[in-house]
Design a protein around this ligand. Structure first.
Ligand SMILES: NC(=O)c1ccc[n+]([C@@H]2O[C@H](COP(=O)([O-])OP(=O)(O)OC[C@H]3O[C@@H](n4cnc5c(N)ncnc54)[C@H](OP(=O)(O)O)[C@@H]3O)[C@@H](O)[C@H]2O)c1
Length: 185
C-alpha cells in the first residue's frame, strides 16, 4: 500500500465550475457546512497541495505543512515567506521529491486546487471529495478539471477509475452535498 494517501477537495457549481469568469470563487459557492467539512479535513491532513492562487486562508493555515505548485522554481525549493511551505514545479521534480522536501513521507495529502493541480492528480486520488451546489450555475467560469464542461466532473472522475460512494448533505436548504469518489481496489 502506498505510504501517501491522496485526497482531493472542491466545491463546484451545477455546471462544474470552481470559480467565476473573473477567476474568483464567488459567495454563491460558500456554505458554512462545506467550510466546516473542508476545515476538518485539512486539520487532519499531513500535507496540503495547491497552486499559488488557492491558499485556503483559514485560522489554522499557518500551522499546516504545504506544497505550493509554481513555475517560480525549476524543481523544488523552500518558500522564503513560509517555513512550512515547499515550492514545487512538476516540470522539474516528482511529487514524491516535493513531499519528501516537506518532510512528509507517509499520511494523508489534501489536494485543494486550482484546476491544473486537480488535473495533475486525476490518476492518483484515493478519494476525491466532490461538493456540488445544484442551484448555482457559473457559465463561462473556471472549471474544476480541464475536460469540463464537455464532460461533467463525475464523468471525468469515473473515466479515471473512481466510483461514487454515499453522499453527505452539507446544506439541506440549498441541496449542497459532498460525494466521495473512491478508487476501486
Ligand atoms: N471552489 C473551490 O473549491 C476552489 C478550489 C480551489 C481554487 N478555487 C478558486 O480558483 C481560483 C484559483 O484558480 P487558479 O486557476 O489561479 O489556480 P491555482 O492553481 O491556485 O494557481 C495558479 C498558479 O499555480 C501555479 N501552477 C498551476 N499549474 C502549474 C503547473 N502545471 N506547473 C507549475 N505551476 C503551476 C502557477 O503559479 P506561478 O504563477 O507562481 O508559476 C499558476 O499561476 C481562485 O479563485 C480560487 O479561490 C476554488
Amino acid at each position: 500500500m502506498p505510504a501517501l494517501r491522496i485526497e482531493g477537495y472542491v466545491i463546484v457549481s451545477a455546471d462544474g465550475m470552481l470559480a467565476d469568469a473573473s477567476h474568483v470563487m464567488p459567495d454563491a459557492l460558500k456554505f458554512e457546512g462545506d467550510k466546516q467539512f473542508f476545515t476538518e479535513a485539512l486539520d487532519r491532513a499531513d500535507l496540503i497541495v495547491h497552486g499559488r492562487h488557492s491558499y485556503e486562508d483559514q485560522p489554522n493555515s499557518p500551522l499546516r505543512q504545504r506544497v505550493i505548485v509554481t513555475r517560480t522554481v525549476a524543481g523544488i525549493g523552500p518558500d522564503p515567506s513560509n517555513p512550512k511551505a515547499t515550492l514545487w514545479n512538476p516540470a522539474g521534480a516528482s511529487f514524491e521529491a516535493a513531499s519528501d522536501h516537506a518532510g512528509v513521507r507517509a499520511g494523508t495529502v489534501a489536494i485543494i486546487g486550482g484546476p491544473n493541480v486537480f488535473d495533475m492528480f486525476l490518476d492518483r486520488y484515493d478519494t476525491f471529495w466532490l461538493s456540488q451546489v445544484p442551484c448555482v450555475r457559473l457559465a463561462g467560469g473556471e472549471a474544476v478539471f480541464s475536460g469540463v464542461p464537455d464532460q461533467t466532473p463525475q464523468e471525468i472522475l469515473a473515466r479515471h477509475g473512481l466510483k461514487a460512494g454515499q453522499s453527505l448533505i452539507l446544506d439541506a436548504a440549498n441541496g449542497v452535498s459532498v460525494t466521495p469518489w473512491r478508487r476501486s481496489p
